[in-house]
Write a protein that binds this ligand. Structure first.
Ligand SMILES: [Zn+2]
Length: 289
């Protein structure tokens, strides 16, 4: 049995919520790369991880979303390696029995525009994947992807570590908000990620938990892979200088059954979600047993 099917043998796993907003709540200044806090403020990063473990997460991620050589250009190779390794170590220290899936985000540059080429992208994801795997991550998760080509390169690089690989896309564009920024539908994404050899496929960020239900259903119908779902706590609005998310933890968790029926195997929250959201999801899971 694959590691992925062993993990999912007892049903859906609750993952974690947002990290950025939790770090900001602990004093991360706007404009600071959150990943650098692994080295400068490790106690705060570990506290975020612990907050999710205490709330009932069965899988937590790492504070390494931007720690690739393209998104953090100017950062030395050694520093990137240290940020990635420390990110895994901090989550691991908080995790106990909980699984640690290491987070890999997009490069932030567009292949299609020629800003970067595929060799640079492959090299950046290869280096990051190696650091995360060497530090003992249980799996690698590419999050908030919008370009299928970039995700293919990321999955190929991550697979060479031998760890299970999850590819998750942000569906927030198009008339029905069911496409990635690059125009890919859930069906196209599922097919491409099966072909790329991903062990699970999914949707994170996006426009909220209600819209995640049909996206989840479509991903599930389009392939046999486990489905990873982490919606935003609604769309952000600005209140003065503060960013607010409209969805409450209760409203979010009230979609637990719908998302499980739609085929979700991993369920958590993205931007704006907090440990309170995870506690509410874990409560909904207990109530459904
Ligand atoms: Zn998000």
């Amino acid at each position: 049995m694959s590691r992925m099917s062993e993990w999912l043998a007892n049903g859906l796993l609750i993952t974690d919520g947002a990290w950025g907003t939790e770090l900001q709540a602990r004093g991360l200044p706007p404009g600071t790369m959150p990943d650098t806090w692994n080295l400068t403020h490790p106690e705060h990063v570990e506290a975020v991880a612990r907050g999710y473990v205490d709330a009932g997460s069965q899988v937590i991620l790492t504070n390494t979303f931007r720690a690739n050589a393209i998104a953090m250009h100017g950062c030395s190779e050694d520093d990137l390696d240290a940020i990635n390794r420390t990110g895994v170590a901090l989550s691991r220290r908080a995790a106990g029995e909980v699984l640690v899936f290491a987070s890999i985000g997009p490069t932030g540059k567009m292949l299609l525009s020629g800003e970067i080429d595929s060799e640079q992208v492959a090299a950046a994801f290869t280096a990051q994947s190696r650091s995360l795997a060497a530090a003992g991550a249980d799996a690698l998760i590419m999050e908030t992807m919008s370009d299928i080509e970039e995700a293919r390169l990321a999955v190929a690089a991550a697979r060479r570590t031998g760890l299970p690989v999850i590819a998750s896309f942000a569906f927030d564009s198009g008339k029905n908000k069911d496409r990635t920024m690059m125009g890919a539908t859930p069906e196209t994404v599922a097919e491409a990620m099966v072909e790329a050899g991903a062990d699970a496929v999914g949707a994170n960020c996006g426009i909220g938990v209600e819209q995640a239900v049909p996206i989840c259903r479509r991903l599930h119908a389009a392939c046999d892979l486990p489905i990873w779902i982490k919606p935003n706590a609604g769309l952000p609005t600005m209140e003065g200088t503060a960013i607010r998310y409209g969805t409450s933890a209760e409203f979010f968790a009230s979609h637990y059954a719908a998302l499980r029926e739609a085929g979700a195997s991993f369920l958590g929250g993205c931007c704006g979600s907090t440990p309170e959201f995870i506690r509410a999801l874990a409560g909904a899971q207990r109530a459904a047993l």
